[in-house]
Design a protein around this ligand. Structure first.
Ligand SMILES: Cc1cc2nc3c(=O)[nH]c(=O)nc-3n(C[C@H](O)[C@H](O)[C@H](O)COP(=O)(O)O)c2cc1C
Length: 171
C-alpha cells in the first residue's frame, strides 16, 4: 500500500473480529518496529507479545474495561527500557529517550499493520503495575503503550485534526 494512503487510512479501531493475525503479518509488523530510529541506536525498549485470551481479558481489567483488548487476537506491549538508554544518556535517557524509543517503534508498528490490512488503536490508559504482572514484564521495564492488532469489526470513523495554520508555527 502506498505510504500516504496507509497514513490516510489509519484510524483507531475499537472493534475486532476473531480472525487470527497471520504469523507473517505479525512478523512484518515486528520487523518494521525494529527499523524505527532510537536515541544513539540503543533501542531502549522491549516489545511483549500477548496472544492468550486469558491474558488479554486480564488486560481489559487493567485498562479500565477497554474490552477490545480481548477481541483483538494479538496485543503488543511496548515497554521503555531505561537501563539501555541510561548507558549513554543518563537522566535524559531514563526520563525521555527510552519512552520516545518505545513510542516511535509503536508508531512504525501501527503503520505496518495498516499497510497489511490490519487495524490497531494506541492504548495509553492502563495500570502499569497490573499490565506488567499480567504480561510477565520485569520491574526494570515500563510499559508505555499497548497496541491491539486485528481485523476491523466495523467501519472506522475519521477524527478531525487541527488546521495546519493553527498547529504549525514559523519560528
Ligand atoms: C498517547 C495516546 C494515548 C491513547 N490512549 C488511548 C486509550 O487508552 N484508549 C483508546 O481507546 N484510545 C487511546 N488513544 C487513541 C486516540 O484516542 C486516537 O488516536 C485519537 O482520538 C485520534 O483518532 P485516530 O487514531 O482515529 O486518528 C491514545 C492515543 C495516544 C497517542
Amino acid at each position: 500500500m502506498d505510504f500516504f494512503k496507509t497514513v490516510e487510512d489509519r484510524h483507531s479501531m475499537r472493534k475486532y473480529v476473531e480472525t487470527p493475525v497471520e504469523d507473517e503479518k505479525l512478523q512484518k509488523i515486528l520487523e518494521t518496529a525494529n527499523k524505527a530510529p532510537s536515541a544513539g541506536n540503543l533501542q531502549g525498549y522491549e516489545i511483549y507479545v500477548v496472544r492468550k485470551l486469558e491474558q488479554r481479558q486480564a488486560l481489559v481489567k487493567a485498562s479500565w474495561d477497554q474490552d477490545f483488548l480481548a477481541e483483538a487476537p494479538v496485543v503488543l506491549i511496548f515497554c521503555a527500557n531505561p537501563a539501555r538508554s541510561a548507558e549513554r544518556y543518563n537522566e535524559r535517557g531514563i526520563e525521555l529517550y527510552c519512552i520516545q524509543d518505545a513510542t516511535i517503534a509503536c508508531a512504525f508498528a501501527m503503520l505496518a499493520a495498516k499497510a497489511q490490512g490490519l487495524d490497531t488503536v494506541w492504548v495509553g490508559a492502563f495500570n502499569e503495575a497490573a499490565v506488567s504482572e499480567i504480561a510477565h514484564i520485569p520491574s526494570d521495564l515500563r510499559p508505555v503503550v499497548m497496541l491491539p492488532i486485528g481485523y476491523a469489526g466495523k467501519a472506522s470513523s475519521v477524527r478531525p485534526r487541527r488546521e495546519l495554520r493553527d498547529l504549525v508555527h514559523e519560528a
